[in-house]
Write a protein that binds this ligand. Structure first.
Ligand SMILES: *[C@@H]1O[C@H](CO)[C@@H](O)[C@H](O)[C@H]1NC(C)=O
Ligand SMILES: *[C@@H]1O[C@H](CO)[C@@H](O)[C@H](O)[C@H]1NC(C)=O
Length: 355
């Protein structure tokens, strides 16, 4: 009897400890990891769990244009991909390399591609003159009437999206990128051909917590953004928005708390506020070293931190890349792994039958 009793206690104690451990684990996951953010974001439940990121008409992103470039998307029925590059006046060499490489492609498999560089107003008039000259020569400049700075990148993205709705309404998708990135428009077009979602926001998406160190360049006060984690957002060097998504993001933005990090703001906060799910796109914002000929021929879409010289080398590789010849090694490796797995499986079945 005594023994039974103590056994019973044992079981209860074990149960209690087990429950406590589970509760502790759940508490840990909920408070100290980003997992709930991803789960809630994908379930579209995030707005209910976010400290109020909404505000009442706190932003007005409507600005006048210094260079409006009304005709950029004219002359074709559809612009399948508009590449929107946030640039900075002094980066003329980067723009030069981009025009000579991935920004210079205007059609691919019958699809139309257009490229535009977006600016605010630089404090040095010479730099503004420089982009005005580039507009005359290449016609690919958009300039809004707001001060150019690191803190106005969100204003720049919003100005560009509003411009898209107004002057490039025949665009299907916008690829938002930067002038230090490398993109493979062909791979974006291939990927987007299979997308049916009309409200599409995709890229390399993840969450981080706001930097609370006052000395940091990325400092965010709890007043500006109160929650532990940002909403899941798609990284600025290469995220894609469909026209349907742009309409909604632009509509919601005047009522979403301002944050200078344009990717967190646009592809995170406004996306969540508009109730749009993000899509993880393979091959976006990968490392430059991963851009092998086979990768460029099949799935690699964008890389960050690519200097002009590297862009030219990479683009030559893109133009030469051929999936039938460049992917032989990879296909062979996949085949060998498949053979080994199949052989192991057969061996297991054989052993079971002959036990
Ligand atoms: C950018 O937008 C924010 C929010 O509306 C505004 O407070 C800020 O002044 C704007 N920045 C510039 C440079 O116009
Ligand atoms: C926003 O600003 C623009 C120009 O600065 C102005 O024309 C417009 O009326 C403003 N919109 C709102 C909603 O205040």
């Amino acid at each position: 009897m005594r023994q039974l009793n103590s056994k019973c206690h044992c079981r209860q104690t074990a149960l209690a400890v087990g429950l406590l451990a589970v509760a502790g684990f759940v508490f840990y996951v909920y408070h100290f990891t980003a997992i709930p953010v991803y789960v809630l974001d994908q379930l579209n439940l995030r707005p209910f769990f976010l400290p109020n990121i909404m505000c009442d008409h706190c932003n007005n992103f409507s600005v006048s244009y210094v260079i409006a470039n009304e005709k950029l998307c004219a002359g074709v029925d559809t612009v399948d991909l508009l590449i929107l590059i946030l640039s900075y006046q002094p980066h003329a060499d980067a723009r030069h390399a981009i025009r000579a490489t991935w920004g210079g492609i205007r059609t691919y498999r019958g699809r139309n591609i257009r490229t535009v560089f977006a600016f605010g107003v630089h404090t040095d008039a010479n730099f503004n003159h420089q982009v005005a000259l580039e507009q005359q020569q290449y016609g690919d400049i958009l300039q809004g009437n707001f001060a150019e700075s690191y803190d106005s990148l969100t204003n720049k993205t919003m100005m560009s999206l509003q411009w898209t709705l107004k002057y490039c309404a025949n665009a299907k998708y916008v690829l938002k990128t930067d002038d230090d990135s490398f993109n493979v428009p062909q791979r974006y077009i291939d990927y987007l051909a299979g997308v049916t979602e009309t409200r599409f926001v995709g890229g390399y998406c993840f969450t981080v917590y706001p930097d609370r160190r006052v000395s940091s360049k990325y400092y965010v006060s709890t007043q500006t953004y109160p929650d532990t984690y940002f909403p899941t957002y798609c990284a600025g060097p290469g995220y894609v928005l469909s026209m349907g998504a742009i309409v909604e993001l632009v509509a919601v933005a005047p009522n979403v708390q301002y944050l200078p990090m344009e990717d967190v703001y646009t592809a995170g906060m406004c996306r969540v506020a508009a109730g749009i799910r993000y899509v993880q796109m393979t091959g976006t914002v990968i490392s430059r070293d991963a851009m092998t000929p086979c990768a460029l021929a099949t799935w690699a879409k964008s890389a960050h931190n690519v200097v002009p010289g590297n862009a030219i080398t990479l683009w030559e590789r893109v133009m030469k890349a051929d999936r039938t010849t460049d992917c032989v090694g990879r296909n062979l490796r996949i085949f060998v792994v498949f053979l080994i797995a199949a052989a192991a499986w057969c061996k297991i079945l054989w052993n079971l039958r002959h036990k």
